[in-house]
Ligand binder design. Sequence first.
Ligand SMILES: [Zn+2]
Length: 85
Amino acid sequence: MGAEKPEMSIFVVVDDKNVPLYRVMWISSLPHFCGEEDCSREGQYEVRLEQGESVWASLAQRDEVLAAMEKWQGGMGQPDEEWEE
Ligand SMILES: [Zn+2]
């Protein structure tokens, strides 16, 4: 018995929000830097969602999101198979 959860959650927690994986458009590979003095997002990673929303992840959270998305994609099966004649 491993530590793996029996069911993969469709949600990942970023910045205290439960974000559904299917809403994630992209994830920044670099920490945010805009040069603004009072920027509270510096060093955080932007996780872009549908409809122009963003949430902000720490490095550890970003890695979690990436890992969760990879697992999630892998666990969704191969939709292409239905096309086989
Ligand atoms: Zn900024």
